[in-house]
Design a protein around this ligand. Structure first.
Ligand code: ATP
Ligand code: MG
Ligand code: MG
Ligand code: MG
Length: 479
């Protein structure tokens, strides 16, 4: 069985053999872009090449990119640990063509890599192609369809809609269709006679998307029309953890060697067992194994936990992990910092920045855990009272003011309150909470940061037009 390290290396070697320069991952923390807090896709670091602002030294590059999807346009946080293939932090393997090769080579190489190098059985693969959208004046991707037909049976090429199979950065600018590759990982028994086709893009836990190939070929103008781009680009992204799960024949990303080391360490420290089920303790194991990666790699890349902006994103991931071990693994002392060396060692030769700063990162994490553990018990009692009060009053909602008190006095991020509420079949009055937050913000005026779409469009006057707004990210309060 190939290890995850070998699988990553084979990807890079394959694209090197096709003339790609192998480049390092950009930091997961984005420091110089007002529109993005964290790298959420491999292409982020190359956006100036797509926009034509800069020229790449090499027209073909490939890498593995540390990504984080917990805010803004891509927010997978609520899936993490509940499903087995969405992570907060993950590695996106990618290959790019900047005005060089296009659909023919991209599709051929995807196929060659998956079926020849990695030897994924052909009858497990489905691909999707953009079906077109008349209302939006977008053509069907006949070209990608034609290229796929050279390799795969026509009935395994599925038509996809704009949501899944068309990429655009905003209302205007570079855009184009994409083709995605999905793998049916069900066992023969599970498969029976049911075709995997209807399960593609349908949240089936064993029929999962692994690779997206985006073909940037149009420029969307202000009036909505599409102009062909003079230089066409390829932008691909494949989730390493999902690929490893497929190649290691596992039914969950957490059963691969990407996560097994930290899960085993968690078992040892907490004296609990990971049981491969949907029980809360198993979800806790998965959440912890996931979240320590997000926490460790962002801190190593220079983002300390704090009460504002990107720092608060890290703090709320960390607090979420703490609550999981505290409540469901019955572990009441700092745990995450003990796992950090295991993680650092595992990634020593891929992302060495964590190992290089391991003492510092562990110390920061430990202090964060200590601080939250000081108020957590009282906070959990408080929310228990609130929940019982709501139940007694036949109320299905936690008031905004109560959520705010949990935040303000006990350090509960809103998503933690929401999570606990949901576990008790309650909702949170989020707009009430927002109102309280706003009032507080009005009281203390500090710096703000905004996380929006993949990037921001500069309009004609040079002002930024923000296309999205995640108010949870503009915390400006100092506790
Ligand atoms: P999904 O539909 O599963 O949420 P996506 O369409 O949002 O994935 P893309 O933006 O196309 O994902 O990213 C390219 C690839 O990155 C995906 O095909 C998948 O393999 C991987 N990926 C995306 N999101 C995650 C995540 N949260 N955790 C792990 N891998 C991911
Ligand atoms: Mg997604
Ligand atoms: Mg998708
Ligand atoms: Mg996709």
């Amino acid at each position: 069985m190939l290890t995850s390290a070998e699988i990553r290396q084979q990807f890079l070697d394959f694209f090197a053999s096709k003339g790609h320069a192998i480049v390092p991952s950009a930091p997961i923390v984005v420091k110089n872009d007002p529109t993005l807090l964290f790298t959420n896709a491999g292409m982020n670091q190359f956006k100036d090449f797509f926009l034509g602002n800069k020229l790449s030294a090499s027209s073909r590059v490939a890498d593995t990119q540390k990504c984080l999807r917990v805010s803004g346009k891509h927010n997978d946080l609520e899936e993490v640990g509940v499903d087995t293939y969405h992570h907060t932090m993950f590695e996106m393997l990618g290959n790019w063509s900047f005005g060089d090769y296009f659909k023919k080579e991209a599709i051929e190489w995807s196929w060659e890599l998956l079926t020849k190098v990695y030897q994924i059985p052909v009858d497990r693969i489905y691909v999707t192609v953009f079906e077109g959208d008349e209302k939006e004046n977008l053509p069907k991707d006949e070209e990608a369809f034609g290229e796929w037909k050279k390799w795969i049976a026509e009935d395994r090429i599925l038509m996809g809609n704009k949501k899944d199979n068309f990429w655009e950065m905003g209302d205007t600018g570079p855009c184009g269709p994409c083709t995605e590759i999905h793998v049916d990982c069900r066992t023969d028994e599970e498969r029976g006679s049911t075709d995997g086709k209807t399960l593609v893009n349908n949240d089936h836990p064993q029929v999962i998307e692994i690779w997206n190939n985006v073909f940037i070929q149009f420029n969307r103008m202000k009036d909505g029309s599409l102009q062909p781009l003079p230089a066409k680009h390829v932008d691909t992204g494949m989730g390493l953890e999902r690929l490893v799960r497929v190649l290691q024949g596992k039914s969950s990303n957490y059963d691969t060697d990407v996560f097994s080391g930290t899960i085993a360490a968690t078992e040892k420290i907490t004296h609990q067992k990971y049981g491969y089920s949907d029980s809360r303790s198993d979800i806790a194991f998965r959440v912890i194994a996931d979240h320590i990666r997000a926490i460790g790699f962002t801190i190593a890349d220079g983002q300390l936990p704090s009460n504002t902006g990107a720092g608060y994103v890290i703090r709320r991931i960390l607090r979420r992990a703490v609550r999981y071990y505290y409540s469901y693994l019955d572990y009441k002392q700092p745990l995450l910092f003990q796992l950090m060396p295991v993680l650092a060692k595992q990634f020593e030769h891929v992302f060495s920045e964590l190992q290089q700063q391991i003492d510092f990162v562990s110390k920061v994490v430990r202090e964060e855990e200590d601080a939250f553990l000081r108020t957590l018990d009282k906070g959990l009692k408080k929310i228990d009272d609130i929940i019982q009060g709501a139940n007694a009053a036949n109320n299905t909602t936690i008031q905004g003011s109560a959520a705010f008190e949990l935040y303000d006095t006990y350090g509960f991020p809103i998503d933690l309150t929401r999570l606990i509420a949901r576990e008790n079949n309650l909702q949170v009055d989020e707009s009430g909470f927002e109102k309280e937050m706003q009032q507080q913000k009005d009281r203390s005026r500090a710096a703000t940061a905004v996380d929006t779409e993949d990037w921001v469009v500069l309009n004609e006057t040079g002002l930024m037009s923000f296309v999205g707004y995640d108010s949870l990210e503009i915390e400006s309060r100092v506790m």
